[in-house]
Design a binder for this molecule. Structure first.
Ligand SMILES: NC(=O)c1ccc[n+]([C@@H]2O[C@H](COP(=O)([O-])OP(=O)(O)OC[C@H]3O[C@@H](n4cnc5c(N)ncnc54)[C@H](OP(=O)(O)O)[C@@H]3O)[C@@H](O)[C@H]2O)c1
Length: 255
């Protein structure tokens, strides 16, 4: 759990959007934040934007789809800054996949970054947390992983896998000092959703998402879902029988 005293926090996918805003919020609160992504430039911009904040931001490039890059980045992290108190695994991508553009390649690409990319990091973090005796792992999925949605067979599938993995890890680590948290955002205005051509319901800004994540990390619960009204609607959809669910989704999306 995030405490008031300064902690070392590693954020992947921090060059833009939710990860970037969360890094700034944590540095504003005085935490030391190591930020990762493939491109160095946005990470360096982030360092500049936080230069007057009480907490320091440091860049560390990483490609979560490359096992060697994950190995090198994690070794550098531990050698230069130490094992982080918390890791926010936010690196991800989204591509809609309408049924007439169904592509195994797209499924593989999204699974590789959103799910396997995250598991490559979990594989490093778990033993490090275990040998130190504590740590917080924050897995960023999506409300799109709750149930199948139109055009989201690839993206939703990758996020459903993350939700399931987080639940499984939490079951086994319950009662230990390794805290697993699951973040399920609704629509957040970021480069990832800027490509969406439809009107996004309950759209929020990344700063609001960041505040929700940080607040959630300061509390003991498992899931951090926001904005709460949209998350509640999406949760209620999970309870519907298939016939009703499919009819409702067709009526609301027209797809
Ligand atoms: N925005 C939303 O509405 C929304 C809703 C639900 C869930 N989410 C999830 O929230 C997370 C962040 O999304 P966002 O909206 O903030 O998107 P974003 O602005 O596009 O940020 C994603 C970040 O991930 C990094 N990244 C992508 N591929 C990577 C790789 N292979 N290795 C390392 N870093 C990589 C990108 O930086 P580089 O290109 O420099 O690597 C980028 O900074 C994602 O997991 C997304 O699925 C977003």
């Amino acid at each position: 759990m995030l405490t008031g005293s300064s902690q070392l926090i590693w954020i992947t996918g921090a060059g833009s959007g939710i990860g970037r805003a969360t890094a700034l919020e944590l540095a504003r609160l005085g935490h030391s934040v190591v930020v990762s992504g493939r491109r160095l430039e946005p990470l360096q911009d982030l360092v500049k934007d936080a230069q007057h904040f009480p907490g320091q931001i440091s860049p560390l490039t990483l490609d979560v789809t490359e096992p060697q890059s994950v190995h090198d980045a994690f070794s550098t992290l531990c050698a230069r800054w130490g094992v982080p108190d918390a890791a926010i695994l936010c690196a991800g991508n989204h591509q809609p996949m309408p049924v007439d553009q169904f592509s195994l390649e797209r499924c593989q690409a999204l699974i590789d970054v959103n799910y396997l990319g995250m598991m490559r990091l979990v594989e490093r973090l778990l033993p490090a947390f275990r040998s130190r005796g504590c740590g917080t792992m924050v897995l960023v999925a999506s409300v799109a992983g709750y149930r199948g949605l139109p055009t989201a067979a690839a993206y939703g599938g990758s996020k459903a896998a993350v939700i399931n993995a987080a639940e499984a890890l939490r079951c086994e680590l319950e009662g230990s000092d390794i805290d697993i948290k699951l973040v399920n955002p609704g629509f957040v205005r970021t480069p990832l959703t800027d490509r969406n051509e439809f009107k996004m319901p309950f759209l929020i800004e990344p700063e609001e998402a960041a505040r929700s994540i940080v607040k959630g990390m300061q509390r003991p619960g498992f899931e951090i879902a926001f904005p709460w009204r949209f998350a509640l609607i999406m949760k209620m959809l999970r309870l519907l029988p298939y016939g009703l669910y499919f009819r409702l989704i067709k009526r609301k999306t027209g797809l």
